[in-house]
Design a protein around this ligand. Structure first.
Ligand SMILES: Cc1cc2nc3c(=O)[nH]c(=O)nc-3n(C[C@H](O)[C@H](O)[C@H](O)COP(=O)(O)OP(=O)(O)OC[C@H]3O[C@@H](n4cnc5c(N)ncnc54)[C@H](O)[C@@H]3O)c2cc1C
Length: 417
């Protein structure tokens, strides 16, 4: 079944930014106008460049970025204590710190550009309903505090207070992290894209990129599209799960994964962003007060991971039984929401890597070809810092705010063709 549009796509500002005809040559071409490509264009524009953004859809944010839950949850994909075990302390901290820098940058950029992204201050409450998970979250609270990051474990009575609604007795407590943000995803991305254009970026919508190869004579990169070809000195591939279509050697390391969300009518109370069962079911609240519930991919093994996104489509097929199961989670977790109608549900595609870290940096062994993709269902908390730092690298700077764990060389080695 085709997915309905998200609430963001339905209510977001319309912005198409015109259709720059393809020039024969350009300095920097950015492929994809999701949150990553649009924000990169913004930072390149602010640095005095005129990047050319090529996007298949008629507007920004029609892929994953306009179909997410709008949550900017700090930290990487793994809880901090587990990230320390997996990557070592320095790298785990670099990942977490990047998202804190992101929080500040996002607030600064939205204010500076007068961008109405309907930002809502919120908190994150990771709930545990097993002793194992509670232990993991308590360890994370300690590890974060040891690193000077505001976090605490709350037993059930305190967790209920922070949650602002009744939690069932099966919940043991939760990891509480204040000072988070949620935004209207489409307003955020289209606002950034419009700001990028004001700073000099050029957008060409309705253009599908089919390949990127070395230009004849080793003169930059030949970008072939259904609207013609352009030679770019540098190319950044920000195509989420579609990235392997232009960098095929990344196919073994990028798994397309379906995500689905259901949305209720607005409720008269506010709850923080929450996660349960190690984030496999999660939720949040839109600025207008409706509740969002997503996840449960673990209940349909093999049906969501590795799913096909048909060519020309923005999202995998929508699964009504999964939407029904998501809707059933809510009254059990938040009794106050019992009887509140579900008004909408939709799907989107995420791109997962084997180690759940994004792919950001130079394609190894080549000059001027960059990748910024595969955010493992968690791109928003990197949506300023990663494009800003990558812009710096593209322009010859260090860009060392991008965690080393994100380097594509970890999969491709140094000898890519
Ligand atoms: C249901 C769901 C809920 C989520 N919730 C959250 C959340 O709450 N918080 C969070 O941090 N993350 C969340 N995510 C993940 C988040 O949406 C992504 O990490 C983020 O949007 C990735 O941005 P992007 O720019 O890389 O990808 P996209 O937004 O998908 O952008 C890629 C762009 O490339 C374009 N494109 C593709 N192929 C071509 C081509 N050949 N030529 C030209 N253009 C092309 C697409 O049209 C698209 O616009 C969620 C995802 C889903 C699906």
């Amino acid at each position: 079944m085709n997915s309905p549009d998200s609430c963001w796509l339905d209510t977001g500002p319309h912005w198409t930014g015109g259709r720059t005809p393809l020039p024969a040559r350009t300095g920097i071409a950015v492929l994809g106008a999701g949150v990553m490509g649009s924000t990169l264009a913004y930072w390149l524009g602010r640095a005095g460049q005129q990047p050319l953004v090529l996007e298949r859809n008629p507007s920004p944010a029609m892929g994953s970025s306009g179909r997410n839950a709008g949550r900017m949850i700090q930290g990487g994909n793994a809880q901090h204590a587990l990230a320390v075990e997996k990557f070592g302390h320095a790298e785990a901290l670099a990942i977490y710190r990047a998202t804190l820098v992101n929080r500040d940058l996002m607030r600064e950029v939205t204010a500076r550009e007068g961008l109405d992204a309907a930002r809502v201050p919120t908190a994150k409450l990771d709930l545990a309903d097993s002793e194992d998970e509670a232990l993991e979250l308590k360890r994370t609270a300690e590890a974060l505090r040891a690193d000077g990051i505001d976090a605490e474990w709350l037993d059930l009575p305190e967790a209920r207070e922070v949650f602002g609604a009744t939690l069932p007795d099966t919940v043991l407590g939760g990891l509480h992290r204040p000072d988070q943000d949620a935004v209207h995803s489409v307003a955020y991305v289209r606002g950034i894209a419009a700001a990028a254009q004001r700073h000099g970026a050029r957008f060409s919508f309705g253009v599908t990129v089919t390949s990127v190869e070395r230009a004849p004579g080793d003169d930059g990169w030949l970008v072939t599209t259904d609207a013609g070809q352009v030679v770019a000195e540098q190319v950044v591939v920000a195509l989420n799960a579609w990235t392997p279509r232009v960098i095929p050697e990344l196919a073994p390391f990028i798994t397309p994964v379906r995500g689905q969300l259901v949305q209720t009518a607005p409720v008269p109370f506010r709850i923080p962003q929450w996660g349960l069962d190690r984030g496999l079911v999660y939720g949040g609240q839109t600025p207008d007060g409706s509740l969002l519930i997503g996840g449960l991919r673990n209940t349909v093994p093999g049906r969501d991971e590795g799913i096909e996104v048909p060519p020309g489509s923005n999202t995998p097929a929508f699964d009504q039984p999964l939407a029904d199961r998501l809707a059933a989670v809510l009254p059990a977790l938040v009794p106050e929401a019992a009887g509140v109608p579900v008004t909408r549900a939709w799907s989107g595609v995420m791109a997962f890597t084997p180690d759940r870290c994004p792919l950001v940096g130079a394609r190894p062994g080549t000059e001027g070809l960059w990748v910024m993709a595969a955010f493992n269902g968690h791109g928003m908390p990197y949506s300023q810092v990663v494009p800003q730092q990558l812009a710096e690298r593209i322009l010859g700077g260090r860009g060392d705010g991008i965690p080393a764990a994100f380097d594509p060389a970890r999969f491709l080695g140094a000898g890519a063709p």
